[in-house]
Design a protein around this ligand. Structure first.
Ligand SMILES: O=C(O)[C@H]1O[C@H](OP(=O)(O)OP(=O)(O)OC[C@H]2O[C@@H](n3ccc(=O)[nH]c3=O)[C@H](O)[C@@H]2O)[C@H](O)[C@@H](O)[C@@H]1O
Length: 434
């Protein structure tokens, strides 16, 4: 005899043999029908309860994850933000520096703090390159009373909170997914930081009252396949050679929209291969130094017809002066309550050095400073987003910002090598840090 369970939930279709007809059969059908309706009802209830408990569990998990992983909030945290933002000079600024634990961000933060501006840093400490270097930069900034908020530029709530606490006069937006060739490995990280993150930040700036003026990092890579030298701001930038360049170019278009609709004051800076102490380990001069000291070979790319690649390498201190001058000359944003009250400033500047150096020449300078011969493998430039050369025309920045780079590659790399040896020692990664 089949059990009730078997009757209600027959395990095989073969069990339904009675096609009906008899009273007994009709009763059974009625019973079956009633039983299946009430069962369906019970099941529906069960599913609703299950869904509801799943949803509340999810929201509990969300809030608890946020609570546990959150490194922001609370009275002490707010006090740190406020104190870091304190202005200590007449007519000084309070600046939110995104990417403050990064290469350019840490240098700019220090320069601003040293002259008496209030600086609040912001960084997500991601592991694109060794986060311990970012932590070391953070420690350096902390020792100069610059507090770095740990967070992602996509975190709208956190940015909004920062604007609630501090009426930032300026935002120096340097947080980005950098690196030209890595874009082929991890394309979405570029969209996440350089596009989505940028929009989130601009939304917060647009809503802030007063609105800050924004200075942000574009890139020389936007010139892409441009062949007019030197590169001028008015040259074509619609032929990017990498997704990285495309996201920076998009950033220029996006910031223009926010300037046009909401009156945000915008200055975009096209950096040209910035290098120096506390630099980025993913960049060629840095990774070459590491390999040369460890006796490992380096790969030197060559362009078409074996032409050497060249870059307008720009020293960090020169770039910092350009960044600070951009903040100093930025006009106020004109919007409030999400509405533009009048036309706002929109600028783009090249911050380069105006004297390109070939990659093999850069290696030669490193060899001299390191007193070690490099093992060079020359390889044809892979089609991975690289451009053959960059060369900045800086007349506009000179005229409008008083920008005047003073450090040649020889001098700048000497300072870099000195820092590198003090920081890592001669055998980076193989011996104890000095
Ligand atoms: O100024 C810019 O627009 C860009 O400058 C650099 O990009 P890049 O000039 O490609 O800098 P590196 O990655 O340090 O490369 C410098 C040169 O060395 C070459 N290289 C790189 C790596 C390598 O193993 N071998 C090699 O010959 C590259 O082809 C390039 O010509 C930065 O990485 C970007 O974030 C920045 O936006």
């Amino acid at each position: 005899m089949p059990s009730l369970e078997e009757e209600l939930f027959p395990s095989t279709p073969g069990k339904f043999k009675d096609k009906g007809g008899s009273q007994y059969s009709m009763n059974r059908q009625f019973h079956r029908c009633f039983a299946s309706t009430s069962t369906m009802f019970l099941w529906a209830l069960f599913l609703i309860a299950l869904t509801a408990s799943y949803l509340s569990f999810q929201s509990f998990m969300d809030s608890s994850t946020r609570y546990f992983s959150s490194t922001w909030g609370g009275l002490h945290w707010e006090k740190q933000v406020r104190s870091s933002a304190e202005i200590r000079r007449n007519n000084g600024f309070s600046v939110l520096v995104t990417g403050a634990a990064g290469f350019v961000g840490s240098h700019v933060s220090l320069a601003l703090k040293k002259r008496g501006d209030g600086v609040v840093g912001f960084d997500n400490f991601n592991n694109y390159y060794d986060p311990s270097l970012k932590k070391a930069r953070k420690a350096l900034l902390n020792s100069h009373d610059v507090f770095i908020v740990e967070g992602d530029v996509n975190d709208a709530k956190l940015i909004e909170k920062l604007f609630d606490i501090v009426a930032f006069t300026h935002v120096m937006h340097l947080a980005a997914q950098a690196g030209v060739r890595y874009a082929m490995e991890n394309p979405h990280s570029y969209v996440h930081s350089n596009i989505a993150g940028l929009v989130t930040l601009l939304e917060a700036c647009k809503n802030a009252d007063p609105q800050p003026a924004i200075v942000w990092a574009s890139s020389s890579s936007v010139y892409g396949l441009n062949e007019d030298v030197p590169f001028s701001e008015s040259d074509r930038t619609d032929r990017p050679a990498s997704l990285y360049a495309a996201t920076k170019k998009s950033g220029e278009a996006i910031t223009h929209t926010y300037n046009h609709i909401y009156g945000l004051s915008i200055t975009g800076l096209r950096f040209f291969t910035v290098y120096g102490p506390w630099g980025r380990p993913d960049m060629a001069y840095f990774s070459f130094t590491k390999n040369i000291l460890q006796g490992k070979p380096i790969t030197v790319y060559r362009g078409k017809n074996r032409v050497d690649l060249a870059r307008d390498f720009t020293y960090i201190d020169d770039v910092v002066k350009g960044c600070v001058a951009s903040l100093d000359t930025a006009k106020k944003s004109t919007g409030s309550g999400g509405k533009k009250r009048g036309p706002a400033q929109y600028r783009i500047f090249n911050l380069g050095n105006t004297s390109p150096v070939t990659v093999p020449m850069m290696v030669g300078i490193l060899e001299r400073h390191l007193k070690v011969k490099a093992k060079k493998n020359f390889v044809d430039m892979p089609g991975n987003g690289d451009v053959p050369f960059t060369h900045a025309n800086i007349s506009l920045a000179r005229r409008e910002l008083g920008y005047k780079p003073t450090t040649d590659l020889q001098t700048g790399l000497k300072k870099f090598v000195k820092w590198y040896l003090a920081y890592y020692g001669y055998n980076h990664g193989k011996s104890v840090k000095l």
